[in-house]
Design a protein around this ligand. Sequence first.
Ligand code: ACO
Length: 463
Amino acid sequence: MANVVEQLKHLFMPKSVAVIGASRHPGKIGHEILRNLIEYGFEGKIYPINPTAEEILGLKVYPSILDVPDEVDLAVISIPAHKVPHVLEECGVKGVKTTAIISSGFGEIGNVELEREVLDIARKYGIRILGPNIIGVVYTPSKLNASFGPRDVVKGNIAFLSQSGALGIALMGWTITEEIGLSAVVSLGNKIDIDDADLLEFFYEDENTRVITIYMEGLRDGRKFMKVAAKVTKKKPVIVLKSGRSERGAKAAASHTGSLAGADRIFDAAFKQSGVLRAITFEDMFDWARALATQPPVRMNEAVIITNGGGAGVMATDAAEEYGVNLLEPSPKLIETFRKYMPEFGSPKNPVDLTGQADAKSYYGAVKAAFESEEVGAIIVLYCRTAVLDPMDMAKAVMDAVKDAKEEGYVKPIVVNLLGGEDTIKASKELNRKGIPSYPIPERAVKTLGAMIKWSKWAGYLK
Ligand code: ACO
């Protein structure tokens, strides 16, 4: 049997894709998947399959997969569940490598026999199955959007795996608004074949992915997941949002995707043992992913806070203690350096308070000094909107400091918080676009650094 990474290349980097159940009717799932495939720019061959149509969205339609005059790497199946075994059998005869079964109506509603039948056919022919009960799969480096989710997924290097289809769609939309760049969106559904561990194996090797995020309701094979996760997390951060934490939540998960959620504390212990970062909210998950995907590992847990607002500095200091971020006691030499970038009434200790009078030069100087200092392991930059410093100018000062420091060979993690109204959100977005993770409140920036420290320790960058 081919190894799982090779098999999954057919799912993520197919040369040709068939959509079985490509509908003539806009608004139907099989139509929208075909449209996404075309309009997201997939450059391989696309074969719509439908026995009752001749042409859909300008493409020639084939009555059956057996009529396609070419090899098919991936078949996306979007027909009612009871018809799936028949077409899967045909896929087997055709030599299709992988399938993504969109159809609902399997184990999640107790239809386990149908699920078994489908799996038996797949095993007979060596076909890998994603799903069933899914929204599809997206892999941005291949310009592949074989899903009925939003189309314009932003390219990046975070893989997002979701057991829930609806949450998958919703969060795809959210990542577009938040400009969070993704390498992949994988809907897992009932996971009758391809599971989280298989996908971890693929993304471990995948050079387009730096961080793996998972929305999980349950696992069929916890041991397999732990074993693979323990390996993968040494190389790439894996962030899991496992729902069903409460007893009632676990029951809801069971009826949603047929998951046996199991005792939450067992998951918690398993995640800790395998180096998985556990997020409790989506906000945490993507906050951390954004930073872990763009920043170098933390090599010294000695952070400095640079701020123009004393209050924000105090909030960040409290958060630092809560999230395991150690705040540096700067040496007299470093204190003197920071003093150059503030008025007399500023505070050069940590937090470094540039005061409300701070301008772009103060930020540039202090941030650059933090990069240059051997004492500083990580940098937290805070900004409260003032009339003397436009947020975009502040953001630009930070960007320039990061760029110049990098050119001079100084590499260390930085997280930013801009606190204020509409224009701070814009400036924050600009920082994110430049790969400098920026958040709307100080705690989120500090909590993110806390997660980076946790992972850096696990992966051996930090003692
Ligand atoms: N081969 C190829 N095409 C076929 C076949 C076949 N054997 N049989 C039927 N078709 C065609 C149909 O003619 C139809 O095309 P048309 O609209 O041009 O006539 C098309 O395939 C689709 O078939 P329908 O019978 O119309 O099925 P429909 O589109 O209504 O439903 C679907 C299929 C979407 C898979 C449905 O059964 C289903 O499972 N829906 C739920 C899917 C879902 O939500 N999945 C994710 C769950 S997660 C979440 O919460 C979002």
